[in-house]
Design a binder for this molecule. Structure first.
Ligand code: NAD
Length: 294
């Protein structure tokens, strides 16, 4: 089967490689020439537009930055819907506003196109290993049909509910990760200022209730002052923006998320938008006058 793939950035490139390694033919497209060339070097066929890809492939995957990009690629001029035949399956794996997933899904349905939203967590290393966690929304029967394709890119593939439920689940993930990083930075800054070594504190508490995947990944980065991404501050601002919109629409106040978003905005204003999100340590360095790292 030939799969169309649109959006060949940090995540899309290794995902294409894993589909090809699993034996699928892939026709790929990106507006950035060098990203398209990378996919071609893995064995993908060159695509010219969303419309062209949709006219040739029964399944089209999108992996784009945010809601407006997915709208452009699917609904815009020369987009997926323009080339789509009835029966096409669209799997949007971008992390976007769940309400936009539903909007796009409704327009797809008018053309006989079936859609899943299937955002991922795990970042570039897990995209490379094919061990992403994939959270999927849409019809259960369509989910079951697409599991073999999704399994080429992820080790955990979970059906979360109707269309939009994948992105709602992803927002929960992003809220929890952001809050965890913020309190980790807060606590390590406090111990440093109190004269206790943050590395010793990390070693002492990581096996207890406060320990977490976030702590194991991000405490060493803060202690080494290594803010190379990873997951960029600006991407987390995008996700928390979608979380705030979604929460407000359903009447679920998210005060901690709003606070962490303002910390991220402070980092962005300081020119740190491309830092790893563990750069929240730099927010605390700014307000306390003390760095966790050397
Ligand atoms: P990226 O910015 O590296 O890649 C996005 C790609 O989309 C780029 O190559 C860009 O040129 C392309 N693109 C944009 N507009 C386009 C258009 N109109 N037509 C064709 N191509 C277009 O982003 P990424 O890091 O690969 O992330 C993709 C999605 O996955 C985002 O929603 C992100 O939040 C999510 N995500 C990222 C990570 C991570 O660690 N990077 C982890 C989990 C989820």
């Amino acid at each position: 089967m030939k799969i169309g793939f649109i959006g060949l950035g940090i995540m899309g490139k290794p995902m294409v490689r894993n589909l090809i390694n699993a034996g699928y033919k892939v026709k790929a497209y990106d507006i950035v020439r060098e990203n398209l060339d990378a996919a071609i070097s893995y064995g993908a066929e060159e695509g010219k537009s969303g419309a062209e890809i949709a006219s040739e492939c029964p399944v089209v995957i999108t992996m784009l930055p945010n809601s407006p990009h997915v709208k452009t690629v699917v609904l815009g001029e020369n987009g997926v819907l323009e080339g789509a035949k009835s029966g096409l399956i669209l799997i949007d794996m971008s992390s976007i506003d769940p309400n936009v997933s539903k909007e796009i899904g409704a327009l797809c349905a008018e053309k006989g196109v079936r859609m899943l939203d299937a955002p991922v967590s795990g970042g570039e290393p897990k995209a490379i290993d094919g061990t992403l966690s994939i959270m999927v929304g849409g019809e259960k029967a369509l989910f079951d049909e697409m599991v073999p394709i999704l399994k080429c890119m992820g080790s955990s593939v979970v059906h979360c509910g109707d269309l939009g439920a994948g992105n709602t689940t992803k927002l929960a993930n992003q809220i929890i990760v952001a809050g965890n990083i913020a309190v980790l930075a807060e606590a390590l800054t406090m111990v440093k200022k109190a004269g206790v070594d943050p590395l010793v504190v990390f070693e002492a508490i990581k096996g207890g209730l406060a320990g977490s995947t976030v702590m194991n990944a991000k405490a060493p980065m803060m202690i080494e002052s290594n803010f190379k991404p990873g997951f960029r501050v600006d991407l987390h601002i995008k996700d928390l923006g979608n979380a705030l919109d979604t929460a407000h629409k359903v009447g679920a106040p998210v005060p901690i998320t709003a606070m962490v978003q303002e910390m991220f905005e402070t980092l962005h204003a300081d020119g740190r938008g491309s830092d790893d999100h563990s750069s929240l340590a730099n927010f605390y360095a700014k307000v306390s006058g003390t760095k966790i790292g050397k």
